[in-house]
Design a protein around this ligand. Sequence first.
Ligand code: F6R
Length: 611
Amino acid sequence: MCGIVGYIGPRDAYPILIKGLKRLEYRGYDSAGIALLNEGLNVYKCRGKVADLEAFIHDKDISGTLGMAHTRWATHGEPNDVNAHPHFSQSENLAIIHNGIIENYQTLKEELINRGHQFSSDTDTEVLIQLVEDIIENENVELEEAIRIALNQVVGAYAIVIISKDDKDTLYVARKGSPLVVGIGENEFFLASDATPIVEYTKNVVYLDDEEIAIIRRNGDFKIKTIKNKEKTPYIQKLELNLSALEKGGFDHFMLKEIYEQPKSILDSIRGRLRPNGEVILGGILDYEQKIFNARRIIIIACGTSWHAGLVGEYLIEDIARIPVEVEYASEFRYRNPVITEDDVVIAISQSGETADTLAAIEMAKSKGATILGICNVVGSSIARATHAGVYTHAGPEIGVASTKAFTAQVTILILLALRIARKKGHITQSKYHQYFHEIELIPEKIEKTLMVNKFVKEIAEKYKGARNFLYLGRGYNFPVALEGALKLKEISYIHAEGYPAAEMKHGPIALIDEEMPVVFIAPNTGTYEKVVSNIEEVKARKGKIIAIVTEGDTAVRRLADYVIEIPETEEFLTPLLATIPLQLLSYHIGVMRGCNIDQPRNLAKSVTVE
Ligand code: F6R
């Protein structure tokens, strides 16, 4: 949700900022802007993508070795040129970029209007920079102190960068609830919402904590203070990010690249965790294992695709590890006064590690004494830091807005966790354990094989690309896969799609079925297979079009379906990892055929840092 980049040092800032914005464009792409400090303070901004900003700037003065830039996902004020960031203060001496929401901006704005301030945009961000200027003028303090005072008055979330026309050598940066990373180079500093714009310049980074202000000077002086004015020592960490992971690598879209990366990302998720001695070890949560084994229940909190992974987790942990599990939308959980005790273990799942609702739900559960574990993809992210302990998915950067490889990696970690608990609590026989262990090791290979359906899935996409609705049906472990398949199609192709437990169809959705309705069944030959075949019969009897994901060699479904997509045989609890792949491909191809923007679907942003 909004991307922030900044630079101060000996180089020209413009190319660094524009390149950085392109890396962060997945966070929001309705408008973009840049501020460069040279003889004056030049601000250029416009509605549209970073490419539109570049075109807008092509004949402007782009000199300057200090600057900041922003790509926006609108919250307050429609996406237009005026509401794009950066925003000036009234005197145009100061400029700000901001990611987050200032919740009390209306009250502050009214007070500022009463004191004679005029506003040109509808944004909460402009209120913050006007407030800073108001404090400088009325309290006769320096900029650094004014920022501190202002941040003590605002309620909400922010990652901000402020620059001043009168100080050509300083960047002021602060965060609360929205991420900010400072890259430390040789006599130069880089700022960004995540490390992707920074990694090609330096591997040394500092992740700012909540309520911290960084004052970054050209002479190499880098100070961190809290908004209560307490000095902090910067904690420098080494980035483990590979530049090639940020490129499309010959694929047309990041989404397709990330779908194809799944054999490797799953291998990376299990690497070092399935030990040669037959043990499953999740190092990050070893110290909390007794808590998990003795948990009264496990509550999984997440949003969107990560919530779907959590649902698979519920089936897994209850089935294999025999601990009661509840799965909650973080956005509901945080506001519904749930009963939580110290015997509960909460698992927060998040690709980005920045989702505001998940973060808030964590804080709430923590305050009630629960043990909080995380399953995150982004190392050093806010959720990773807010939890007591956690496991990284190691799927590598996911840049396509629609989550693909993060989902299968999350499910993989939940599988390892369920197996570990089952083994330690004695809920699984020795031979079953080894059988499962071995089957997990085979999954990357089986995903590789599943990806070979791509060409066939493209043909199916061609056939149904014009459909107005889709239904996705699955049972047991594959009910969440049906939800995930439907979500992918909605996001990428803007076709309305519903996911349902297959047996629920007759309680309502069956009314939708006619010869126009494609129904995607996830029907591997495990668990409730026969029941799902009966559901397929019911759809067939009503002339629905049937696309079915089946196990290799299936004959019963083949007789009924218009198209069958085969996946390799595996254990029931592993089928979501394979069945998801053709559904990702189906939505990808339909999206491409409909001319949709695959990596940046409309209205979406990769990390949702607002409620
Ligand atoms: C769907 C998608 C979203 C995210 C959701 C949670 O493709 O990407 O539904 O899954 O916004 O995001 P994270 O996992 O970053 O907390």
